[in-house]
Write a protein that binds this ligand. Structure first.
Ligand code: TYD
Length: 199
């Protein structure tokens, strides 16, 4: 049996990747596919460590060390969860993956260094970018509440939104499958647009 695909949802904080990951999994399951949802930072040991250092009130962490942690979490996540599932014919839908590192860690490191750190991470079969203006995403984060994280600054989120548009262009140039989804409409409309793209 050939491997099932890894499908990834990406976007700035508050763009709706978590909600839409669950809805896409539901859509695929309703079509009779076996589906596994997952996320990065992962729920494994390294991912849990990353979540503790991302809190704004945590002691500061060197940005190169953080980039290595994300890359390490990804390799472990791929080896232990993603590839065993796709090899068994299960479609994996991940809330964030490689583009998150290429966008977020490239704020502090050269993009090619981030790419080099992640060279062992296989590309996703399909990446969906949930595009939302940074101001709107900030409003959603504030309504959602939760602890503040180190990237939660409006100017930073604007730079991240630009970074995601850059990745989309690069993906098109490199022949990778990726779509931009307008994340401004209500949740069911965005879910329908994602389902159309995936189908
Ligand atoms: P996030 O999806 O916001 O987790 P939660 O909803 O549990 O807070 O991810 C945490 C943050 O980590 C988010 O701001 C994006 C950032 N991040 C990176 O900087 N690099 C990465 O490679 C990944 C996967 C996430």
């Amino acid at each position: 049996m050939s491997s099932a695909p890894l499908i990834v949802l990406e976007g700035i904080d508050g763009a709706g990747t978590s909600t839409q990951t669950a809805l896409l999994a539901h859509h695929l399951a309703s079509r009779g596919h076996k589906v596994l949802t997952t996320r990065e930072p992962s729920d494994r040991r390294i991912g849990q460590l990353i979540r503790t250092v991302l809190a704004k009130d945590a002691p500061p962490i060197d940005r190169r060390a953080l980039a290595l942690l994300f890359a390490a979490d990804r390799l472990d996540h791929v080896a232990q969860e993603i590839e065993p599932a796709t090899r068994a014919g299960v479609i994996v839908v991940s809330d964030r993956y490689l583009w998150s590192s290429l966008v977020y860690q490239s704020l502090a490191l050269a993009r090619e260094r981030v790419e080099a750190l992640n060279r062992h991470a296989p590309p996703a079969a399909l990446t969906l970018l949930l595009a939302l203006p940074a101001e709107q995403a900030e409003g959603r984060r504030q309504r959602r509440g939760g602890p503040e994280e180190i990237f939660d600054d409006l100017a930073v989120q604007q730079a991240l939104a630009d970074g995601y548009e850059r990745e989309l262009l690069l993906a098109a140039q490199q022949g990778q499958l990726a779509f931009r989804i307008d994340a401004r409409p209500p949740i069911p409309e965005v879910a329908a647009a994602i389902a159309r793209a995936v189908d």
